[in-house]
Design a binder for this molecule. Structure first.
Ligand code: ZN
Length: 368
């Protein structure tokens, strides 16, 4: 006589199907583009929303990604500080600072911030739900920058990449070599001032740090619109040497000097306070000669805070992602590149993200 063991519970095909579905949640059910930005339904938050929302997760402080008026904002301490500098104390209902590598639970997902190497405090945001991980990288670059934490590759299933310089023609080269060109020109024209157009958040401080690394130790002059943010970088321990405001300087005393200013200021009446200025512009777009000519730039400096073509493609490969969503920039070539390598890829139609390297507008409250 045999004793019958009670039947162990067995998974029916239906159960197994449900479990497989839960484990492999479709990426578009985790993050999807909506008019306000990239929305995470299971976590009930938006990433870099372009309209006021209840809960925002912000990648970095550039104004097209970090806007005022959200209910709650989750970002790195630096990004929160930069937003506060730009928009004032009441820029959000509430804020929460997150460290790189720290995991935060939001609804049914967990989010983790990892360095994006773009500007001080910039982060990629890894959103994990069940067994699926999507990385929204915001803006990023994979080359050295003495003013921010270096980019880290985050393995993921879906990688969301920018495509600002998403064409094979864009290869930025070595930023230190561009700064050498600037210093060679300063040595060649000691009677002239050198006026370097650079975006106020990130680019300006990186250019200053590179000038210092090249051994230039005279004071560097700042346009008024750059003072607050540059002093903030110094307060976070970024060594930038002696900085002075252009304001109040006599024209003759600026002979041989280097001054940094927002790109718009380098083509307006403000430049008249400098002796015979050489106009330089630090941007990835300076690879395109016509752009430099159009802007009247005498000394184009190819220095970008965005990954170039090689950086974009190398990063996509390094993440191991099988699927790539391409946003803000020149999506087509990058989508095609992914597809030829057997990756699922599509452009993500997000609106409202510009390119700070081309940005012309001075933020409110910033004075010349
Ligand atoms: Zn940016």
């Amino acid at each position: 006589m045999t004793t019958e063991k009670p039947a162990s519970p067995r998974l029916t095909a239906k159960h197994q199907g449900e479990i497989a579905y839960i484990r492999q949640m479709r990426p578009q059910d985790i993050l999807s583009p909506v008019p306000a930005g990239l929305f995470c339904k299971p976590g009930n938050f938006h990433i870099d929303p372009v309209r006021p929302v209840e809960r925002a997760v912000i990648t970095h402080g550039h104004s097209d990604h970090a806007r005022a008026g959200h209910g709650a904002v989750l970002a790195t301490q630096e990004t929160l500080d930069i937003m506060r500098l730009r928009y004032g104390e009441n820029f959000a209902g509430s804020t929460q600072a997150v460290r790189y590598g720290e995991e935060i639970r939001l609804g049914d997902v967990s989010v983790k911030f990892q360095p994006a190497g773009h500007v001080l405090g910039s982060a990629q945001i890894a959103v994990s739900c069940k067994d699926t991980c999507i990385v929204a990288s915001g803006d990023y670059k994979d080359v050295r920058d003495p003013t921010c934490a270096p980019f880290e590759v985050v393995p993921c299933d879906v990688f969301i990449t920018e495509a600002t310089f998403g064409l094979p023609v864009f290869r930025h080269g070595n930023a230190a070599d561009e700064v050498k060109k600037l210093l060679a020109s300063v040595a060649l024209f000691p009677e002239r001032a050198h006026l370097v157009g650079a975006y106020s958040l990130g680019k300006a401080q990186r250019v200053i740090a590179l000038i210092r690394e090249a051994g230039y130790d005279a004071p560097i002059y700042l346009h008024g619109a750059m003072e607050k943010i540059t002093h903030y970088y110094q307060s976070r321990g970024i060594a930038l040497g002696e900085l002075k405001p252009v304001r109040g300087m006599k024209k003759a005393d600026l002979a041989g000097a280097i001054a940094l200013a927002p790109p718009t200021a380098t083509s307006d009446i403000w430049t008249r306070r400098f002796p015979d200025p050489v106009t330089a512009f630090a941007s990835g777009w300076m690879r395109v000669r016509a752009r430099a000519r159009q802007r009247g730039v005498e000394l184009p400096l190819v220095i970008s805070d965005h990954a170039d073509w090689d950086g974009l493609t190398a990063t996509i490969a390094a993440t191991g992602a099988g699927e790539v969503w391409v946003t803000h920039g020149q999506e087509d070539a990058l989508v095609h590149w992914c597809q030829t390598r057997g990756l699922a890829a599509r452009p993500l139609d997000l609106v409202g993200y510009g390119d700070e390297e081309e940005s012309e507008a001075l933020s409110e409250g910033e004075e010349a």
